[in-house]
Design a protein around this ligand. Structure first.
Ligand code: SAT
Ligand code: MN
Length: 599
């Protein structure tokens, strides 16, 4: 396919305009084929970016520049027309001003490189919940990863020619090549030149200077969360930072659950969990993002807009997440910033076996027992979702799956019990809006200070967070049948006792909590109403065989009123930052919680 074959004037002129500015050597319209994927990987092997693995079929290890290893939140901007529209939790820049900056940065930035134009769909192409995007990029690493993470398909061009909408994504590594200048294995720009920018009103993403993860694979956080959250607000649906799982009871009854947790709280592990409960089954729909709309049945239906997993490698093992290991072991995967074993496999901290020797993520020799990390802590695997041995058969259903329950949670050593059911939708929105994790002693603020991450959307909401809360309330209020709204729960797998030990085993035993949630959604499952919500009745979780002491069970299953009263001022201060845009209903919820705790 050539640029001249594209009929849509909007698409064609957009590509032409960027190619004129970036001056690449050539423009390639991608088709999503296996041949194209292989060609990109071969190109990357030749460039020294990729190393083909001997031990995993069709898989590659990749090392980035040491300065380009994670998302850069301080270089991420929401360029809405007004600062107020971006709200207090986003970096804002006036769109006109940012466009001047970006024009300067992009001028000639693809010299000596190929400009790829990637047509992709977030979600199954035929789904009424899916959306299309085009990503312009000068990085074959991005093309290869987008092949796994999204549905790259040139049939989307005909749909856009026929009038379908698309989100415009532009990316450059920001490392032009002069004539005869040799390339480096990981081209990128210095930190002060990196810009991850979003223009919500025009549904545009423009990203400069980084080749990594969420900075460069623009379908993921930039489109599927920051831009999609704005589309969802405008169009009356939800774009959320949530895993989606399918839960089947021993009787064969099925419920779908979506869960929002901040980074490093085990979303991928929960999505692929092997239950420690005979007869119960967990299968995966998605591990990071959920898009949800009401279906004709009046229920909220979710799709996973992604096509693969971009999972954190360190800590992933046959013990913590066997199904993730089985997924990557099938091959067809890209490993970024992992260590390389001498026999051509990857290694990371927390894996089941540690090799005597390997080459670390910075290409230095590494020995077992070394204090330095072999893999970067944010090392990632990119793997096709279809390869997951527990992928649910419904995962590509264009209609999405009907959600019965939402789970929210964070890492809380104190105060917050194992599981708590919201009294109703509005109370559930309050729980989502006040989601928090404790900061460790190492972080600024110190131990015991809460870091609030509402709905796990803090770095991903493309507009004012106060308006986002209001949107959640509106979705509940406008539900075609309020009795069919998902029930909302708050969970905490990370409670510790006075000895500083985790009191909940987690992992496969989290299924016991899922079981109770399942039963609550069926109108069964015993609960007691408390000041903070509905907690499992004694024995409702059936913990007898877990060997948890009575004192520790108390921590998991009762309300620490003094602890709650002590954190209320932090919750209050958190909500107050949204000023007049904090929905009245949430201020009311806070006052009611305080009254119940003091009663
Ligand atoms: O780099 S990503 O944004 O894709 C992953 C993450 O940081 O959560
Ligand atoms: Mn995520």
């Amino acid at each position: 396919m050539q640029l001249t074959d594209i009929k849509s004037p909007a698409l064609k002129s957009w590509i032409q305009q960027w190619s004129d500015l970036c001056t690449p050597d050539q423009v390639v319209i991608c088709d999503g084929s296996k041949a194209e994927y292989d060609a990109c990987c071969n190109l990357l092997v030749k460039a020294g970016t990729f190393i083909k693995l001997d031990k995993k079929p069709n898989s590659y290890a990749c090392r980035t520049d040491v300065s380009d290893v994670a998302r850069v939140e301080e270089r991420t901007f929401i360029c809405s027309e007004t600062k107020d529209a971006a709200g207090p939790t986003n970096n804002w820049c006036a769109p006109a001003e940012m466009r001047v900056t970006l024009n300067g940065l992009f001028k000639g930035c693809m010299a000596g490189r190929t400009m790829f134009v990637i047509p992709f769909s977030m979600g199954p192409v035929e789904s009424p919940i899916a959306k299309f995007g085009f990503e312009i990029t000068d990085s074959p690493y991005v093309v290869a990863n987008m092949h796994i993470m999204t549905r790259v398909n040139d049939s989307i061009i005909a749909k856009v020619d026929a009038g379908a909408e698309f989100v415009k994504c532009v990316h450059s590594v920001g490392y032009p090549l002069a004539a005869n200048q040799p390339d480096v294995p990981w081209p990128c720009a210095p930190i002060d030149k990196k810009h991850i920018t979003h223009f919500p009103e025009t549904r545009e993403i423009i990203s400069f200077g980084s080749g990594y993860g969420g900075n460069a694979l623009l379908g993921k956080k930039c489109f599927a969360l920051r831009i999609a959250s704005v589309q969802a607000r405008d169009e009356g649906w939800l774009a959320e930072h949530m895993l989606i799982l399918k839960l089947t009871s021993p009787q064969g009854e099925v419920k779908f659950v979506a869960a929002a947790f901040p980074s490093a709280c085990g979303k991928t592990n929960l999505a692929m969990m092997e239950p420690n409960l005979p007869g119960w089954k967990v299968e995966t729909i998605g591990d990071d993002i959920a898009w949800m709309k009401f279906g004709p049945d009046g229920r909220l239906h979710a799709i996973n807009p992604e096509n693969g997993f971009f999972g954190v490698a360190p800590g992933t093992s046959m013990k913590s997440n066997p199904n993730a290991m089985r997924t990557v072991n099938q091959g067809n995967s890209i490993f970024s910033n992992c260590a390389l074993t001498l026999d051509g496999d990857v290694y990371w901290e927390g894996m089941d076996q540690t090799p005597e020797n390997c080459v670390d993520w910075q290409r230095r020799p590494w020995k077992k027992g070394s204090t330095a990390k072999a893999a970067h802590p944010n090392a990632r695997f990119t793997a096709p979702a279809a390869q997951c041995p527990v992928i649910a058969k419904e995962w590509e259903d264009p209609a999405g799956v009907p959600i019965s329950a939402f789970l929210f949670g964070g890492r809380r050593a104190n105060v917050v019990p194992l599981v708590n059911e919201a009294q109703d939708w509005e109370h559930g929105v309050f729980l989502g809006a006040t989601m928090a994790s404790e900061m460790t002693a190492a972080a600024i603020g110190g131990a015991g200070q809460l870091r609030f991450d509402p709905f796990a959307m803090l770095p991903f909401c493309g507009y004012h967070m106060g308006d986002y809360f209001a949107h959640w309330l509106t979705v509940g209020a406008n539900a075609p049948d309020p009795s069919k709204l998902p029930k909302i729960f708050y969970v905490n797998w990370f409670r510790k006792n006075e000895a500083g030990k985790f009191v909940w085993p987690g992992f496969g035993d989290n299924a016991r909590v899922l079981k109770w949630i399942f039963e609550r959604c069926s109108g069964k499952g015993q609960a007691v109403a408390t000041a903070i919500g509905n907690l499992p009745a004694p024995d409702a979780l059936g913990l007898a065989d877990l060997g948890i002491t009575a004192a520790d069970q108390q921590l998991l299953l009762t309300v620490d009123k003094d602890g709650w009263l002590a954190v209320l001022p932090q919750i209050k201060a958190h909500l107050e930052q949204f000023g007049s845009r904090l929905p009245k209903a949430l201020a009311k919820q806070l006052a009611a919680l305080e009254a119940r705790l003091k009663a």
